[in-house]
Design a protein around this ligand. Structure first.
Ligand code: MF3
Ligand code: CO
Length: 247
């Protein structure tokens, strides 16, 4: 069941969402070669705590960190560890903050120095996929229009759409209905109601969309080990468009 939020609830959601936005930009200004993914996670933990929020990911289904830090072939749910970032890496940082009884959720993919033309294009196209995905989005639009638009843009650029993970509704729970796939057929799916709050999060791969989860139970890598990128925002469906809360 898709929860429709009241204006009061949406007002409460703005705060965790802004903390996510600010935390992602804070990470963007500090992330650099030589930093370990655990150090990235520490930045996130400290920032969220200092903002008076809780890192929703920490302990979620046993997840051991505040952020997912996914390097190169890791698509999502990379567990922070002692791995040091290197020039040429692309690093997706995905994080959630909980405050006022609500969650905010967002992700960016950062380039460490010069990453070369293929990764650079992948990161750019993944971000573009988000904005293509929400083009024309407003109350009454069928859910799978989002995925159809994301998929068309990714595939037109020679990339593929990860199938195993999707966007989602968000609110008092980090994951609520509906599931928001990044693929699908235009004109199908439930019509999104005004004041639904969802996360649109294209996960795009340079090669195959097939993934494998490593033995830690979390880390999802592309089966061909080619790179993948991720870009996510939390947004409200409005009568006349969308209101992006994490930008
Ligand atoms: N933030 C992720 C999402 O977009 C969820 C992370 S899974 C967790 O849905 F275990 F890290 F919390
Ligand atoms: Co999400």
């Amino acid at each position: 069941m898709i929860f429709v939020k009241s204006e009061e609830e949406i007002a409460l959601m703005r705060e965790p969402a802004r903390i996510v936005r600010d935390c992602l930009s804070f990470v963007g200004t500090h992330i650099r070669a030589g930093m370990t993914t655990k150090e990235v996670d520490a930045l996130v933990y400290d920032f969220i705590k200092a903002s008076g929020a809780e890192p929703s990911c920490l302990g979620y289904c046993g997840y051991p960190a505040s952020a997912c830090v996914s390097v190169n072939e890791v698509v999502v749910h990379g567990i922070p560890d002692e791995r040091a970032l290197e020039e040429g890496d692309i690093v997706s940082v995905d994080l959630c903050a909980y405050k006022n009884g609500f969650h905010g959720d967002g992700a960016r993919t950062f380039c460490i120095g010069d990453v070369g033309p293929e990764k650079e294009k992948l990161v750019r196209v993944t971000e573009e996929c988000f904005f293509k995905g929400i083009e024309g989005l407003r109350a009454g639009v069928p859910l799978y229009d989002i995925g159809a638009r994301v998929q068309a843009h990714a595939e037109a650029n020679g990339f593929s759409v990860i199938r195993a993970y999707t966007g989602h509704g968000i609110g008092r729970e980090m994951h609520e209905d509906p599931s928001v796939p990044n693929f699908g057929r235009k004109g199908t799916g439930v019509r999104l109601p005004a004041n639904a709050v969802i996360c649109v999060e294209p996960m795009i791969a340079a090669g195959t969309w097939r993934v494998k989860v490593l033995s830690d139970g979390w880390t999802a890598v592309t089966q061909d080990r080619r790179p993948a990128a991720h870009y996510e925002n939390t947004l409200v469906i409005r009568e006349s468009g969308v209101e992006i809360l994490t930008l």
